[in-house]
Design a protein around this ligand. Structure first.
Ligand SMILES: *Cc1c(COP(=O)(O)O)cnc(C)c1O
Length: 224
């Protein structure tokens, strides 16, 4: 579909990768990563504070299929202590909803040293705020339902890779599982990219103003 191709090309440029595969939702993109990398007996290391539905898919459906799921917090890059032979390291930084962060480059290096693939769920930062592929990750994943498109008028996701062989597997998964986005949604998403830079700048300014007000109040115990 030419509308997908145009959107995927634009996202690939922003992510600094070689190929993007658009999905019908962020969860469809997440399922595609699990489905194309994990089989019975494989180990997945994932943040204990990762997006709730992603954790439920891993510790529900995929654990039932025989995948071993190890959880560790995002804060303090705690997943580094659990890198004994995982097939896949899952990162989400900043995490949703607690906004903890980890050192992506450090964790990628440690994971690659033991032969693991690394995916970053980059939904919260968006591809303009952070480029996980430039930090060494194999996959940058996003729910484009959120910051990327920002108008609350569509549901969409994407995966961008640095290696075309990973892209082929994901594209085949999308076709066979039917996790294809509608062309209208993709067109709306492409339109939304025109305001991404301005929206991110305004998000940051607004959030900082709110954070400063809250931090100045004595009855507020903590601000993330
Ligand atoms: C919302 C969200 C998802 C899931 O995206 P949908 O498009 O709603 O399926 C995945 N990861 C994170 C971090 C999210 O915030």
């Amino acid at each position: 579909n030419p509308t997908w191709t145009a959107y995927e090309k634009a996202i690939t440029e922003l992510e600094g990768g070689v190929a993007t595969i658009a999905f019908s939702s962020g969860m469809a993109a997440i399922a595609a990563i699990f489905g194309t990398t994990l089989k019975a007996g494989d180990r997945l290391v994932m943040p204990s504070d990762a997006y709730y539905t992603a954790r439920m898919l891993a510790s529900g459906f995929f654990q039932t299929l025989g995948v071993e799921v190890q959880l560790a917090p995002t804060a303090g890059s705690a997943q580094r202590d659990y890198l004994e032979g995982p097939k896949l390291l899952w990162l989400e930084s900043p995490s949703n909803p607690n906004l903890d962060v980890c050192d992506i480059a450090l964790l990628v290096e440690a994971a690659h040293a033991v032969g693991a693939l690394v995916v970053v769920d980059n939904t919260t930062a968006s591809c303009l705020g952070q480029q996980p592929l430039s930090l060494g990750a194999d996959y940058s994943l996003s729910s484009d339902t959120k910051v990327t498109t920002g108008h609350s008028d569509l549901v969409l996701g994407h995966i961008t890779v640095r290696d075309n062989s990973l892209a082929d597997k994901i594209r085949a998964w999308r076709t066979q599982m039917g996790a294809i986005p509608g062309p209208m949604e993709v067109w709306l998403a492409h339109r939304s990219l025109h305001t991404l830079d301005m929206r991110i700048e305004r998000h940051g300014k607004n959030a900082l103003t709110v954070a400063e007000v809250l931090a100045s109040r004595t009855h507020v115990k903590g601000v993330r």
